[in-house]
Design a binder for this molecule. Structure first.
Ligand SMILES: [Ca+2]
Ligand SMILES: [Ca+2]
Ligand SMILES: [Ca+2]
Ligand SMILES: [Ca+2]
Length: 453
């Protein structure tokens, strides 16, 4: 991020010395590197083709635009806009070039877009840096709030809201590009379409709220790095909280990744491995974590490696992982709600701790095609109290613990591995005569009796 070249003391001094009737933004025709200060209401906007300007809109000042025009337009390189007042464009509030830096503690509002990177060659500007402070707002009523190309970097402590997309990184050929966003505990990004849309190698850190009412909250490409301590949510439009190709996602305790209309985390076509570490909640109306499995749509053939110490929930499937050698570790205290389907290829499922009750409410965990292995790391084979096979589904009981599985070719315990075919009840139960059961029940002994004890 570039350094704000004018201190707040200097701004205050300029403001104090300025007569109230002073031309709003001066000098009107600066040289490259000059400081431009807007101290009152400028009704027809400010425009310059110079480089390295620092344009400061003082507290109480407002830069407006003519009808259909932009409020501040600086299309050459490395300009800085410091807004302590209001920048209000009928079309865009700010159009800036490569290396534009915007520091906003006031209001930036565009009737179309709020901040757009577009250089003097009409290419989408790269390396833009936007800082939106606590209490500050960047609002686009018609279209995207912030739009730039490669390495668009946004740090948000205030409000970013958009009638279309919140933050979009895309070049002039409509190729999505890298975006870096930090949304702090006070940060809110509220949009109708995608909240953040970008290309490969994007990095998103969220401690606040990112929410889209009709599209994906995050829509990114390959190798996204996402750290979530806050809420990332889709609320409508049959879309996802996250729509990605591949990613490393860490959802920390208290973090919520949620779709009220479709999947929480959706992986599109990719051959690149993804990792999810979850200590919070990942919850989708339809799916918790899913991959595209239809070749006609471009199937995801990669491994998804998931460690869950929190909650993963989906109305249809908690996990639907498709092709690739997928792996899921159910850590101590973890919860699954919904079925799981590990799809094609050799997949792995690890229960790291003892089971507490019926896993996933009894929903079936499918290994799918391939040689799939389910592991019970806290149990020996002798801890298995019953095996019930019914209509292709095998129910494994460890006392009160139960899992319902299908399509897993082998099961590993702490002491040994057995194939699905060899998995039977550890020993045939010794039948008691009916009278014996009644006597035992009458003595209150049945509840404490282990079937194979
Ligand atoms: Ca997969
Ligand atoms: Ca698989
Ligand atoms: Ca499989
Ligand atoms: Ca299988």
């Amino acid at each position: 991020m570039k350094t704000f070249k004018m201190t707040s003391v200097a701004v205050a001094a300029l403001f104090a010395c300025a007569p109230s009737v002073h031309a709003a933004c001066t000098p009107e025709d600066p040289d490259s590197g000059d400081a431009v200060t807007c101290l009152a209401t400028d009704s027809d906007g400010f425009k310059s083709g110079k480089k390295r300007l620092t344009v400061t809109v003082a507290s109480g000042a407002e830069v407006q635009s003519d009808a259909g025009k932009d409020a501040i337009k600086l299309q050459d390189d490395d300009n800085t806009i410091v807004n302590i007042g209001t920048i209000d464009g009928d079309d865009e509030a700010i159009v800036g070039g490569d290396g534009l830096s915007v520091i906003n503690t006031g209001l930036i509002r565009g009737g179309d877009k709020a901040i757009v990177g577009e250089n003097e060659d009409d290419e989408r500007a790269a390396n833009m840096t936007i800082l939106n402070s606590v209490g500050a707002s960047i609002i686009a009523t018609g279209d995207d709030a912030i739009k730039g190309a490669e390495n668009l970097s946004v740090t948000n402590h205030g409000l970013i809201s958009a009638g279309d997309k919140g933050i979009q990184a895309e070049d002039e050929t409509d190729t999505k590009t890298r975006v870096i966003v930090v949304n702090s505990t006070t940060g809110e990004i509220r949009t109708v379409d995608e909240s953040i849309e970008g290309g490969d190698d994007s990095v998103i850190t969220n401690l606040g709220l990112i929410t889209s009412s009709e599209d994906d909250a995050l829509d990114l490409g390959e190798r996204a790095v996402i750290k979530n301590y806050g809420t990332i949510r889709n609320t409508g439009g049959a879309q996802d909280a996250m729509d990605l190709d591949s990613a490393v996602i860490t959802n920390f305790a208290g973090g919520l990744i949620e779709s009220l209309s479709d999947g929480a985390i959706d992986f599109d076509e990719s051959a690149t491995e993804s990792r999810i570490t979850n200590h919070g909640v990942i919850r989708g109306l339809t799916y918790g974590v899913l991959v595209e499995s239809d070749p006609a749509e471009g199937a995801n053939t990669a491994a998804q490696i998931i460690e869950n110490a929190g909650l993963i929930e989906g109305g249809t499937h908690a996990l639907f992982l498709g092709a690739g050698e997928d792996s899921y570790r159910h850590q101590s205290g973890a919860t699954l709600r919904g079925a799981t389907d590990f799809g094609a290829d050799n997949d792995s499922f690890y229960f790291e701790d003892v089971l507490s009750g019926v896993v996933a409410g009894g929903a079936v965990m499918a290994g799918g095609a391939g040689e799939d292995v389910m592991s019970f790391l806290a149990y020996s084979l002798a801890d298995l109290t019953d095996v019930v096979k019914n209509a292709g589904v095998t129910s494994l009981f460890f006392g009160a613990g139960q899992v319902n599985v299908t399509g897993w070719e082998s099961f590993t315990f702490a002491d040994q591995t057995v194939t699905a075919g060899d998995l039977t009840a550890p020993m045939a139960p010794v039948p008691l005569p009916a009278a014996g059961w009644l006597v035992l029940a009458g003595l209150g002994a049945l509840a404490g009796m282990r079937r194979f004890g």
